[in-house]
Design a protein around this ligand. Structure first.
Ligand code: SAM
Ligand code: SF4
Ligand code: SF4
Length: 335
């Protein structure tokens, strides 16, 4: 039976956070004052094992799951991630398996990821200038060159590649054209993501959001006409535009132009809770079911019941001041 939620949205995508740890401390995601050396990250036993993750995915294939995205935290920090990809690939030969990564560990992993069965990577890159990059990611060790080398290695290995950039007013607006050039040189789609009020630690402020509309105006002024592309499928988060030369730019306008009506995504946190919205306060504990000996049918039944009751439309209902609402952190449930 086709599974749909209270707004008739199917469950097509699962984003899986495989670790809550990260080698960056992006100021908009894991600000160091909240994720410092004394932060209690999940211990090993708390994390879902690869077998448990695979069982969850297997349970969802029969309710219509088409795509999984491995994320985090930084997914390439988790040991033997290629083993998980191989396990998922053998569950679903046609499953679309993607990963979102900050890219600094991609160069050394790209070939193995492709060989294990990964289809695509989305690489996050917010700046081309080293000082802006290091200040946004709050990391003195890594550079944009490492990320660009990761992108090039992923392309050479045969992976599909897209780049994601979060633009914040007065912080990296001057990187918009530099990022565009780096992506145009490589013929890689670049997606601009509006700075979102996820979690409670990034002190989000509406005034720092640079809207997709504003970025399109900058691009049209300097690069040329952008023509809107039709969506490829339901639930596509980015609105896509094409230049006359064929470069694709995407805009994830979660704040200025929300897309909840087509949201077909669930998220599985690193410790095994299912979240039906990026802005949820609480999740649904699947790990307990798994660890009490639950099988495919039990997980399938639990998810069916959770999804049928889903009514989330946070971005449509968002107000400009929502700092009082308790929300889960993005590094925990996966971006
Ligand atoms: N560490 C990996 C990475 O950075 O690609 C994967 C996890 S990260 C949480 C996934 C995506 O979420 C990244 O593209 C990041 O830029 C985005 N992100 C994190 N916090 C955000 C925020 N407050 N607003 C918009 N995007 C955000
Ligand atoms: Fe880490 Fe990604 Fe969050 Fe940056 S956006 S802190 S790289 S999880
Ligand atoms: Fe989906 Fe929630 Fe984002 Fe709306 S706010 S698009 S329901 S994750």
């Amino acid at each position: 039976m086709r599974l749909v939620d209270a707004h008739k949205r199917p469950l097509h995508d699962l984003r899986i956070s495989i670790t809550d740890r990260c080698n960056f401390r992006c100021t908009y995601c894991m600000p160091r004052e909240h994720f410092g050396s004394d932060h209690a990250f999940l211990n090993r036993e708390a994390l879902l094992s690869y077998e448990e993750i695979t069982l969850v995915v297997r349970s969802l294939l029969c309710v219509g799951l088409r795509k999984v995205r491995l994320t985090g935290g930084e997914p390439l920090l988790r040991k033997d991630v290629t083993k998980l990809i191989r396990m998922l690939r053998s569950e679903g030969p046609d499953l679309d398996i993607a990963m979102t990564t900050n890219g600094v560990l991609l160069k050394r992993n790209a070939e193995a990821l492709f060989e294990a069965g990964l289809n695509r990577v989305t690489v996050s890159l917010d700046a081309i200038d080293e000082d802006v990059f290091q200040s946004m990611a709050d990391t003195p060790r890594h550079t944009p060159t490492h990320v660009l080398e990761g992108i090039d290695s992923a392309m050479s290995a045969g992976l599909g590649v897209k780049v994601n950039a979060v633009i914040r007013k007065s912080i990296n607006e001057d990187q918009i054209l530099k990022l565009s050039k780096a992506c145009m040189d490589r013929v890689v789609p670049l997606r601009f993501i509006e700075y979102m009020d996820v979690g409670n630690t990034n002190a989000w402020n509406y005034d720092e959001v640079v809207t997709g509309k504003r970025i399109r105006a900058i691009l049209e002024n300097r690069i040329g006409t952008l023509t809107a592309e039709p969506p490829k499928h339901r639930g596509e988060v980015a609105r896509r535009y094409r230049t006359d030369e064929g470069q694709i730019f995407g805009f994830v306008e979660s704040v200025s132009n929300p897309f909840c009506g087509d949201c077909t995504r669930a998220r599985l946190s690193a410790n095994g809770s299912l979240y039906t919205c990026l802005f949820s306060s609480t999740g649904h504990d699947l790990r307990s079911i798994l660890r009490m000996g639950g099988e495919e049918e039990d997980i399938g039944e639990a998810v069916r019941s959770i999804w049928q009751h889903r009514g989330d439309r946070y971005s449509v209902e968002r107000s400009t001041d929502n700092t009082s609402r308790k929300k889960v952190e993005m590094s925990f449930i996966g971006g």
